[in-house]
Design a binder for this molecule. Structure first.
Ligand SMILES: NC(=O)C1=CN([C@@H]2O[C@H](COP(=O)(O)OP(=O)(O)OC[C@H]3O[C@@H](n4cnc5c(N)ncnc54)[C@H](OP(=O)(O)O)[C@@H]3O)[C@@H](O)[C@H]2O)C=CC1
Ligand SMILES: CC(=O)N[C@@H](CCC(=O)OP(=O)(O)O)C(=O)O
Length: 346
């Protein structure tokens, strides 16, 4: 059995991770940690665990090098994990970070969009864990940077089009919408019920920190540096991300060629569902699951393609992808513990 520890287990991403790991047939949870709830039963914090998992939250471990585990998951606000981990820890166990600290290769870009980086020397060891695109490198790494939620959805939607040269590389517009759990469980006026219910708003326009992450990964797909417009919106629902992407088609590209590109890249992927012609992605069909649904339409009047992609921000956008990455890193069946359909209605 794989012995797993979870730091930041009392956040939204952490809780979903604990839930998935609890059901995983090859995992034993060694500890769950928290700042505010140390010494409390986990089921006191989250009633869904009542009579299911009897474990007390411990304080955030002070020296992680002393942990006797096989894998450490960190689901913390950015900037904390990089101050916590070390080469010595990585020599003892694998680390899967659900935050942003190891996602960007260029430390200057990280420090511009986030904060000072505390473990620059480890950045080169980190692998960007978008499972469907980086599976081979994920297998061999001890330091896994789990991608962001908006980024997972955006990158999966656009990669085949860029790799196959089907669109004008610098014409991408990503209009993205997220449920409120994307903002985390901490108190924040913008996500109070009365502040966000019955309203939709764009935020951090032209300034969201997922922009450099999307651009870095899509530049690899394009084979050159590209820029995108990325606009996130807060939507009054609990979970889910919908990305509607627009791009100018390369002259002469038609429906069948685009369909073939998606099928070649994702046809054998169990967690990517390519939707039939005319059907667009919808958050309710992926909620609670590890699926990414992708649909597209070509607008012949404007010669643009419109792609829709949906994920559950806490599953494929966080905890589910972290478990998928763990499965790859430990040589397990990739869908182990992740074979859930979306409950409906929800
Ligand atoms: N929510 C989402 O949809 C997604 C989140 N992520 C990333 O996952 C990470 C966690 O996000 P999320 O679960 O939403 O956040 P939450 O705010 O819901 O949870 C944060 C967790 O971190 C703990 N924590 C906060 N500060 C500290 C600290 N100084 N030292 C130790 N522990 C601390 C909290 O503990 P306590 O409860 O005790 O305060 C809590 O367990 C973030 O990096 C986020 O960007 C990634 C993809 C999607
Ligand atoms: C709705 C909402 O507020 N979403 C968050 C998404 C952040 C996230 O979860 O991603 P990281 O892991 O990169 O921090 C935001 O826009 O900041």
């Amino acid at each position: 059995m794989i012995r797993a520890g979870i730091i930041g287990s009392t956040g939204y991403a952490g809780q979903d991770l604990v839930r998935l790991l609890h059901h995983h047939p090859e995992v034993d949870i060694s500890f769950v940690s928290s700042q505010s709830y140390s010494d409390k039963e986990y089921s006191e914090v989250f009633g869904n665990f009542y009579e299911i998992m009897n474990i007390k939250c411990i304080n955030t471990p002070e020296n992680i090098e002393e942990l006797d585990i096989d894998v450490l998951f960190t689901a913390l606000p950015h900037g904390i994990t990089s101050g916590m981990i070390s080469r010595k820890a990585l020599d003892k166990f694998k680390i899967i970070d659900l935050g942003a600290d190891f996602r960007l290769k260029d430390v200057e870009v990280y420090e511009k969009w986030y904060t000072g980086h505390m473990a620059k020397e480890l950045l080169k060891d980190a692998v960007y864990g978008l499972c469907e695109l980086n599976r081979d490198s994920i297998k061999d790494t001890s330091l896994l940077a789990n991608p962001g939620c908006y980024t997972t959805c955006s990158i999966l939607a656009m990669t085949p089009l860029l790799k196959e040269g089907l669109i004008d590389k610098n014409s991408i517009i990503l209009d993205a919408k997220s449920g409120v759990t994307g903002a985390g469980r901490g108190l924040n006026l913008a996500t109070h019920y009365t502040e966000c219910n019955e309203s939709i708003k764009a935020y951090k326009v032209a300034a969201h920190r997922h922009t450099p992450e999307i651009e870095e990964q899509l530049s690899y797909a394009a084979g050159e540096d590209i820029l995108v417009n990325f606009t996130p919106h807060l939507v009054p629902m609990n979970r889910g991300i919908l990305v509607t992407a627009y791009a100018n088609l390369t002259d002469g590209v038609e429906y069948e060629e685009v369909k073939e590109a998606y099928e070649n890249h994702y046809g054998s992927e169990q967690f990517i569902r390519l939707l039939p012609e005319g059907i667009q992605a919808e958050t309710k069909w992926v909620k609670g699951s590890n699926f990414t649904d992708i649909g597209f339409t070509i607008d012949e009047r404007t010669n643009r393609i419109i792609v829709t992609a949906a994920i559950d921000n806490l599953i494929k956008g966080a905890a589910g992808q972290a478990v998928q990455n763990m499965n790859i890193m430990f040589g397990l069946r990739e869908n182990m513990g992740l074979e859930y359909l979306s409950p409906f209605p929800i």
